[in-house]
Design a protein around this ligand. Structure first.
Ligand code: HPA
Length: 239
């Protein structure tokens, strides 16, 4: 304490932490959601914040992009700072034809092309899955969101190491198997939470669709839809 990637002191982080990908999004969440927010770390410009939400402690810190970056931060938060649950709140590309831009996706489990969990379990295909109590708490908030016109999906997603490369036909096959969307972090997050006996959940906004063309979200739509995903993430964090 501190760690190579975190200058906070022990006790600076709350047991529950929201984790967007983008450090500027983390700052924005801290400014708009937390009361009495203070910056507890800023190594490499990746600031972490702790404050309260509805009178209870809550932290926010970004993962950066991809499983290696997320796994570094999450390992140190779970192992060295006593964080007990991390809720990733991010964006994804739609795969399933059931999913539309602007919908919310809650990740039950995450397929991956990453080697990170193969290194943990060379003998088997490890299945990274969400923490059920967090998933259940998030989904209790879903009907309220759906009543406001935001569709919420729960199911499997793909965590990819590549943003700009996909093997021919892979996205189509994943969609055929009911995979809702693709992002780049969750298979790493669910495994590192399991490693430390901690809890994790991913709640995503669909920012684009990889297989079905349709209208892009406006900037305002992006913000309101992100706010919807954030509500589910907060319900899980505070449960
Ligand atoms: N791929 C990976 N991650 C993403 C995407 C994507 O298409 N869209 C939003 N996050």
């Amino acid at each position: 304490m501190p760690t190579p990637h975190n200058s906070a002191k022990l006790g600076d982080f709350a047991p529950a932490l929201l984790m967007p990908g983008d450090p500027l999004r983390a700052r924005r969440i801290a400014e708009t959601v937390l009361a009495d927010s203070r910056e507890v770390t800023s190594v490499r410009g990746n600031s972490g914040f702790t404050g309260t939400y509805q009178g209870r402690p809550l932290s926010v810190m970004a993962s950066g992009m991809g499983m290696p970056s997320l796994t570094i931060y999450a390992t140190e938060l779970f192992r060295d700072y006593g964080v007990k649950r991390i809720i990733r709140v991010g964006t994804c590309g739609g795969l399933s034809s059931e999913v539309e831009v602007g919908d919310v996706v809650v990740a039950l489990g995450a397929h991956t092309d990453s080697h990170m969990n193969v290194a943990r379990f060379p003998e088997i295909n490890y299945a990274p899955v969400a923490s059920w109590p967090l998933l259940e708490a998030a989904m209790r908030e879903a009907p309220a969101l759906e009543a406001e016109g935001v569709k919420v999906h729960v199911g499997s997603i793909m965590s990819s190491d590549h943003f700009y490369f996909t093997p021919d036909g892979l996205n189509e096959r994943l969609a055929q198997y009911g995979t809702l969307a693709v992002e780049m972090e969750t298979a790493g997050l669910y495994a590192v939470a399991a490693e430390f006996g901690a809890e994790a959940l991913t709640v995503l906004t669909v920012s684009d669709h990889l297989l079905v063309s349709g209208p892009e979200m406006t900037h305002e739509e992006r913000e309101t839809r992100f706010a919807g995903a954030l509500r589910l993430a907060l319900a899980a964090a505070m449960s």
